[in-house]
Design a protein around this ligand. Structure first.
Ligand SMILES: Nc1ncnc2c1ncn2[C@@H]1O[C@H](COP(=O)(O)OP(=O)(O)O)[C@@H](O)[C@H]1O
Ligand SMILES: [Mg+2]
Length: 264
């Protein structure tokens, strides 16, 4: 994650030694909602161990991109591969893909009437057929990792938003995903809870997890991202290292966007 000089180019970042082979590949991906062309010829490769931050104005297609990667949203044309395999259309193969691709949303989507522990063990027990004792042992270890082990026997409503989001991260990790997608994971949180969630994500990045993170948190991008992708109107307009992007954006659209988020 340390690429040395601030002038490191995108190409150098993409060949940084800690990165493995391509894990998520999008080739000429297009997607429409009716007349609206929301993903336009998206070409993007995320390598094993890479942390990619996706940034851009509201409505630029960031969520659709994430949803396309785990096929919550079908695409109109192009190819998406996870670990070399094209996305399956449906059935058991699709369920397996969903297990490979963890997703954490803005809203935590925890089961309200189940305990934190049950929320985390449910997926492994149902989908991966892990036994109860083993699933609980791993769940507690994951909850510990994100700092909420002592909340295991509560229900979500008894937790703060920041704690719930960390439970959502543990729940995703329990499926042993190959890649984790985060779609604005801190944007629904009160400001004082943002850092505890970002810290858990930084730790995950440092452990080598492959991550695609939609966020405007520049501190996270600078600390953890290998690469920043700037989207506007369904296109990838610019990609660079965080340092390069935030200090020297090249396109007018990126300059305009950054001037808006930086003045707040
Ligand atoms: N299910 C949908 N049906 C119709 N339009 C949609 C749907 N989901 C998103 N859109 C539109 O697609 C565009 C991209 O949305 P989205 O991917 O959510 O952008 P972002 O996450 O960057 O804000 C927006 O104009 C949005 O209104
Ligand atoms: Mg969005």
């Amino acid at each position: 994650m340390d690429h040395g000089e601030a002038t490191t180019t995108t190409e150098q970042a993409a060949t940084a030694s800690h990165l493995g082979p391509p894990l998520v590949e999008l080739v000429d991906v297009n997607k429409h909602f009716g007349d609206l062309h929301v993903l336009r010829d998206i070409n993007l490769t995320v390598r094993k161990g890479e942390v990619l931050v996706v940034i851009g104005p509201s409505g630029s297609g960031k969520s659709t991109l994430c949803r396309a990667i785990n096929r919550l949203e079908p695409i109109d044309s192009g190819t998406i591969r996870i670990d070399g395999q094209p996305l399956p259309e449906e059935g058991r193969e699709l369920a397996r893909l969903r297990a490979d691709v963890g997703m954490v949303f803005q809203s935590f989507n925890l089961f309200a009437h189940k305990t934190v522990l049950d929320n985390v063990t449910l997926g492994p027990r149902k989908v991966r057929r892990v036994g109860k004792a083993e699933a609980e042992k791993e769940a507690l270890a994951l909850l510990d990792r994100v700092g909420v082990k002592n909340q295991a026997h509560k229900v979500p409503a008894q937790l703060s938003g920041g704690q719930q989001q960390r439970v959502a991260i543990a729940r995703s990790l329990a499926m042993h995903p190959k890649v984790m997608l985060f779609d604005e994971p801190t944007s629904a949180l009160d400001p004082e809870m943002i850092n505890e969630v970002l810290d858990a994500m930084v730790a995950l990045a440092r452990e080598g997890m492959t991550m695609v993170v939609v966020t405007h948190e520049m501190g996270f991008a600078r600390k953890a991202a290998d690469r920043v992708v700037f989207m506007s109107d369904g296109q990838i307009v610019e990609q660079a290292t965080p340092e390069e992007f935030f200090t020297n954006p090249r396109s007018d659209r990126a300059k305009d966007f950054l001037s808006k988020i930086l003045t707040h």
